[in-house]
Design a protein around this ligand. Sequence first.
Ligand code: FE2
Ligand code: FE2
Length: 292
Amino acid sequence: MIAPRRFSRLRIAAFAAIERAAVLLGGRALYRRRHLSRARLHVREEWIEVPGLPSDLDGFSIAHLSDLHAGPFLGAGDLGGVIGVLTELAPDVVCWTGDFVVHGIHNVRPLQPELGKLVGARATFAVFGNHDYLHREEWRFVEAMEPAGWRFLRNDSAVLEVGGARVGFCGIEDPEEGKVVDVERAVSGLCDGDVTGRPDLIVALSHGPQAAPQFAARGAHVVLAGHSHGTQVDLPFLRDLGPAHPGLRVEVGASTLVVSRGIGVIGAPLRVGVPAEVVVLRFRPASPSVGG
Ligand SMILES: [Fe+2]
Ligand SMILES: [Fe+2]
């Protein structure tokens, strides 16, 4: 179990007051115009080299999206730019790393038709973030999105066959708010304590990046996370208000942790020095080492 971390009541009350004022001042339209249009949305490409990667997975692609935060500053009709990016990228798989809402699952219902278009050609996997457990209604979102082909990995795993190769995906409940957070259970269906039969590529999903070392120790090649919003406001004194941000790409043992800056915002419709983004991961075999 990973220790919980919560904001103080005072900080939550301050955020709520700023949010109400920003909504009254037209914050949602401002955020859509400044951060969610196709021209403003950032696309970050990350190449991941994996030793011994089979040729069937050379060029395999995953679009990583996170921290949608449907609510006061993002609603129905605001995802045209993101849908445009996904249409251009046509990824094999889409992975979502949580925080779909700000205040509750009711925030995301109007966006279901648009979210149904944000899927991968082969599969779509998701985990929940801390905000998604408010009122403990996240199961309603599972029921709504499964018909669109989404698969939620709640301390669980799935294997995708790509030609003659196999890609394993595992994911956990949110490290802060999940009632049971079980990395061991999440990976057990893939690794089973033995490299025999292990998928050629293992991708782990965790809303909070703090679970990366545990996944790395269990053989994940890549860990995808969100939660930090890349700091959201990258200014002195303000960048530390939100959750800890370990960096956008961090090597953790033999794994690579990729942290998304996210799509939406919380508190205020404001990003400074931190664009909303879609990350696309592309995989290739690691080059043989030179020398010796
Ligand atoms: Fe978030
Ligand atoms: Fe979060």
